[in-house]
Design a protein around this ligand. Structure first.
Ligand code: ADP
Ligand code: MG
Length: 394
């Protein structure tokens, strides 16, 4: 039976992934196909299919009804595949250069068939191996400006905006962020994971009332501010790159939230390289500056030329908007630094530092900078002040 228009979900195998691609007429029945499950992610299956003769290739990503990293004890909605596919399509229309093409989606099988990006490398992996990707920050600044502007109230009609908010209601995946970024790292939760040597600094963090208050303010923003359609998980593990191209994948956490959340995750994940990659520190500081400068320039241009809100056209409102985004960016970046250091989901930039004392120092640095960014974000009013704050930590 064809795998098209299935009425019940079942996980694909390498053999049935091949069958699906033939049912879709992507490959002919006679093609000499290879298929391998390559998912290194935490949540889903990812199949890589190649026609050995022509070299043509595709990716089939399928959600599992539970989180792969934990196992069947952590059930997770299959609807996230539909959210991811629709977000890829929405972002693909707005920023086609920076998003993989989607060839086919099936909500029942929870499957997205998309462009194979295997000629690129996951940016986090590339950075750790020494790549610098000269264009990645310019591309991410442009991606952020376009996606955050064109999905907002300033580009959509009121009805379109509300329909999109509804389309991207994503409670289960948002709950993961609410817990793992904004709650668990700030109290003695079971999900936390850190070296026992860090316990004194972590306990000090749990007792920092001002920090917890400011994190709760940021969490409130995440819960309530439907500014733009966010990617929702925009770390460097969700970005494919080489020296020329940048592609943003994996938007299963997409929902309407505060724009600074996506920008802040980009900042924080570049900051990990600023912290650990001593010889290339200046280069990664420049990457962060470029992300913001390109974002600001292109967002402002879209604001001035495409804005649907007559009363928002005054320069003072644009200034207000950008200052608000910047403050949020700094605060959310701080939360990301902290949760990737002591929460459930770590980053290889920090964990991969082999020398124990260097690694612990990097983690203490990440926690300290995270705290400063969260608590002092109102004083860190612009890029210059932000970079000064980052440099003061060395
Ligand atoms: P998860 O949501 O489970 O984290 P991802 O979308 O991040 O899944 O994909 C997991 C891994 O699968 C990626 O790190 C990458 O190695 C591979 N992958 C995902 N999408 C593609 C693609 N379009 N082309 C090539 N490889 C991909
Ligand atoms: Mg992923």
């Amino acid at each position: 039976m064809s795998l098209l228009k299935q009425t019940t979900y079942k996980p694909l195998t390498e053999a049935s992934a091949i069958e699906l691609s033939i049912n879709l007429n992507i490959f002919s029945e006679k093609a000499n196909l290879s298929c391998k499950e390559i998912g290194d992610g935490n949540l889903n299956l990812v199949f890589h299919l190649v026609d050995q003769d022509s070299g043509k290739s595709i990716i089939i990503k399928q959600a599992l009804p539970y989180a792969k990293v934990v196992g069947e004890s952590w059930p997770l909605t299959l609807k996230r595949a539909k959210i991811e596919a629709e977000a890829l399509k929405t972002f693909g229309q707005i920023a086609p250069n920076f998003v993989p093409q989607v060839y086919y989606t099936d909500d029942v099988l929870a499957v997205t068939v998309m462009e194979d990006l295997s000629h690129l490398l996951i940016a986090r992996t590339g950075f750790i191996k020494g790549a610098t990707y000269p264009l990645i920050s310019k591309h991410l600044g442009e991606y952020l400006a376009r996606t955050l502007f064109f999905t907002s109230d300033y580009a959509l009609t009121p009805a379109e905006k509300k329909a999109k908010v509804q389309q991207f209601i994503n409670p289960e995946l948002c709950k993961i962020t609410e817990d793992l970024i904004f709650t668990d790292p700030f109290l003695d939760a079971e999900t936390n994971e850190f070296e026992s040597d860090l316990r004194p600094v972590v306990e000090a963090l749990w007792q920092d009332e001002e920090l917890k208050f400011q994190v709760t303010v940021l969490k409130r923003s995440f819960l309530t501010e439907a500014e733009s359609l966010l990617h929702g998980d925009l770390h460097t593990g969700s970005v494919f790159a080489d020296d020329f191209e940048t592609k943003v994948i994996d938007p299963e956490f997409a929902f309407y939230g505060p724009a600074g959340f996506d920008i802040g995750q980009v900042f924080a994940n570049l900051l990990f390289q600023v912290i650990v990659n001593v010889p290339k520190r200046e280069l990664f500081i420049t990457h962060i500056e470029t992300v913001w400068n390109v974002f600001e320039e292109q967002y402002s241009q879209l604001w001035n030329t495409e804005n649907k809100e007559p009363l928002a056209k005054t320069p003072s409102f644009l200034r207000f908007q950008l200052a608000k985004f910047f403050e949020d960016t700094i605060g959310f970046a701080g939360c990301e630094l902290i949760r990737r250091t002591i929460g459930l989901a770590h980053v290889a930039d920090l964990d991969g530092v082999e020398d124990e004392q260097t690694r612990l120092a990097a983690k203490r640095h990440s926690l300290e900078l995270g705290k400063i960014l969260v608590k002092q974000r109102k004083e860190i009013k612009d890029l210059t002040a932000f970079i000064r704050t980052v440099r003061e930590g060395f």
